[in-house]
Design a protein around this ligand. Structure first.
Ligand SMILES: Cc1cc2nc3c(=O)[nH]c(=O)nc-3n(C[C@H](O)[C@H](O)[C@H](O)COP(=O)(O)OP(=O)(O)OC[C@H]3O[C@@H](n4cnc5c(N)ncnc54)[C@H](O)[C@@H]3O)c2cc1C
Length: 604
């Protein structure tokens, strides 16, 4: 209760009656990273906002608030979407995506570092005026409340470069206290440049022009009262914080957005929603109305399905399900993109298996992260790989394949997106691999993935029932360049464990997979394909690009062919980043909120 007894706190509830039949200025689908930033900003400007979230409030759950509390493979707050191959058969892994308030920031790995200027500037050159580094960097800075390392952390390798952080925001970034497995991390720092000559070790990974491998920073803070490390999620930052309470913001949890409502001239006027826990084939639905607009922030894997259920998308997808097409937008659900991850393990010699400075029983993932570029991955063979991706013919044939496989709306759009990645790899020499180094139990291990894959997949609904999962076809490792990177990094990861610095503590550098130094490329590839998983940085299925390139939203995040309907989430990023997504997405959502506010004022 605030002044004069008026409630000023944000209302968070599971009660559908707060929204059913009611009118708000804005309705936002999804209380994840983007939805909470936008909801916070719009309601902070006095607009009435409903955020509708499919999952529950799990802020009380230690798997969410305790940064070290989430168990590997946990189902808590995750959609665990099934994934499919091109043949329609289920893949052996499920896709994690946040399914409670806070979205994926409630379950993610919390790794924080910044992208490069070159890649954010590419958003603009793809046809999105204003979306560049200079305009986004201030939002990134405004997001962060950085906590610099203390002496003990600094002695273990933690470093902050004050120029590349913000200090007045609401998302905490810091290092673990103490840093994990310091002896192993020191060995990694020593060994990595042997395998990747030129890698620049140390310092702060957010300073992308100086550093390419460093101790990992996370969206966490250390709570001295409990001695625990706490997750700093979007919900902590923008919903629960006492100084972020909003009288005009309502969050309705455990309810799914089915589709968007339109009037005759395709102005978005509201949504249809329903309880998430139903099982009925014809669930009972409700309506809520929006006088100023609707924003879809349900994430890459849910906003495209909402559009399709609303009649916006590719004709053949909608016709098959008897959904009346309102806008022909073949870019909906294509250009889906994540990085294909895998991991190799070395066995620690028995004498060191109880040394917690070498291996521990887990904690925050990947205490050392390295970003490897093409020259470092192939110190002696870069030229042929450059040739493979940079010729016009190579690009055209790749783009055609994406169109043929249903992963791109048209050849020009596919070409533009591929060309962007290729230019970042070849001209700007941005990293093409991320390697995350760790150690636990009896093994040291590295996880890795091609950072800017050229492969693309697709996601479409297979039913008009919002309670059914979409069909997600990731098509990881379809492009030969991604395959070449995957094989090379898998081999290089073994070379790290086989290098001189690890000689005394590693008993078997080829422990898992048991493919030795003489293993063939075919063996490595077969193993990679068998074990590959998405790195959880899904982007691209509702890309911000010109419509003729297969874009879904314009540079004001407005869905083409409609009025007052915006999308703001990871799906609008047309290509993959060379950093984990949060730092960019907080900036994108912050700027998007200002763009939406400006649209609102201009319309009057
Ligand atoms: C396991 C995992 C690990 C990751 N690790 C990192 C990391 O270490 N560092 C990093 O920077 N990034 C990481 N990420 C990625 C990052 O968290 C996401 O890219 C980011 O949160 C995406 O933000 P978003 O707003 O697009 O969607 P989200 O934050 O996922 O929010 C979408 C929300 O919409 C809700 N929703 C879905 N469908 C509906 C519907 N029909 N109606 C209403 N609500 C709906 C969802 O339940 C969810 O709450 C990770 C992600 C995952 C899943």
């Amino acid at each position: 209760l605030g002044l004069h007894g008026w409630a000023v706190g944000t209302r968070v509830t599971n009660d559908s009656s707060v929204a059913a039949g009611k009118t708000f200025d804005y309705i936002i689908a999804g209380a994840g990273l983007s939805g909470l930033v936008i909801g916070n900003k719009l309601s902070g400007e006095g607009l009435s906002v409903l955020v509708i979230e499919a999952g529950p409030d799990a802020s009380w759950n230690p798997e969410v608030f305790d940064a070290e509390g989430r168990k590997f493979g946990s189902e808590t707050c995750s959609w665990k979407y099934p994934a499919y191959g091109d043949d329609g058969k289920p893949l052996p892994w499920k896709i994690d995506a946040g399914a409670c308030i806070g979205g994926s920031t409630s379950i993610n790995g919390m790794v924080w570092y910044r992208p490069t200027k070159a890649e954010l500037d590419k958003l603009e050159s793809l046809g999105n005026p204003g979306w560049n580094w200079d305009n986004l960097e201030p939002y990134m800075r405004a997001t962060e409340r950085h906590i610099t390392p203390d002496k003990a952390q600094a002695a273990q390798g933690a470093a902050s470069d004050l120029d590349v952080h913000g200090f007045g925001g609401f998302v905490n970034t810091s290092f673990t206290k103490p840093l994990r497995i310091p002896r192993t991390v020191a060995l990694y720092k020593e060994a990595l440049p042997f395998v990747f000559p030129g890698l620049s070790i140390g310092g702060d990974l957010s300073n992308r022009s100086a550093v390419s491998s460093a101790s990992t920073m996370y969206t966490i803070w250390h709570d001295p009262a409990t001695g625990k490390t706490r997750r700093s999620s979007a919900a902590d930052a923008y919903l629960w914080a006492l100084n972020q309470q909003r009288a005009r913001l309502t969050v309705l949890a455990t309810h799914k957005t089915d589709r968007v409502l339109f009037d005759g001239d395709l102005t978005a006027t509201g949504i249809v929603f329903l309880p998430s826990n139903g099982t009925s084939k014809r669930p009972k639905t409700f309506r809520a109305y929006a006088s100023k607009g609707v924003v879809l922030s349900a994430g890459t894997l849910a906003s495209a399905p909402i559009l399709e259920r609303s009649g916006i998308g590719k004709r053949s997808v909608l016709e098959r399900l008897g959904i009346r097409q309102l806008v022909d937008l073949p870019g909906v659900g294509v250009n889906l993109n994540d990085q294909p991850g895998a991991a190799t393990y070395a066995l620690v010699s028995p004498a060191h298996q109880n040394d917690t400075s070498i291996v521990d029983d887990g904690g925050l993932f990947a205490p050392e992260i390295s970003l490897v570029n093409i020259d470092e991955l192939w110190p002696f063979g870069t030229a042929s790989h450059l040739l493979d991706i940079s010729s016009e013919e190579a690009l055209r044939s790749r783009a055609q394949k994406l169109v043929d496989s249903g992963a791109a709306a048209n050849i020009r759009g596919a070409g533009a997106v591929l060309n962007t990645a290729v230019d970042l790899i070849t001209t700007h020499r941005l990293p093409i691999v991320e390697l995350l180094a760790d150690g636990g139990g009896t093994t040291l291990f590295t996880a890795f993935w091609p950072l800017m894959p050229l492969s693309r997949g697709h996601i479409h609904i297979n039913s008009s029932n919002p309670l059914d999962h979409p069909i997600i076809t990731p098509r990881l490792l379809e492009d030969p360049f991604d395959v070449a990177i995957a094989v090379a990094i898998a081999r290089a990861s073994r070379a790290v464990f086989n290098s001189a610095p690890f000689k005394d503590i590693v008993a078997d550098p080829y422990y898992d997979p048991p493919i030795g130094a003489n293993g063939t490329d075919a063996e490595y590839l077969a193993w990679y394909r068998r074990t590959a998983f998405g790195a959880s940085h899904w982007v691209g299925a509702t890309a911000m690009m010109p419509r003729h390139l297969g874009g879904v939203v314009d540079h004001k995040l407005r869905v083409y062919g409609t009025k007052r309907l915006h999308i703001v989430d990871a799906g609008v990023l047309p290509f993959q980043l060379t950093a984990h997504t949060m730092s960019t997405l907080y900036a994108v959502a912050g700027r998007a909120a200002d763009v939406i506010l400006r649209c609102t004022v201009e319309r009057g």
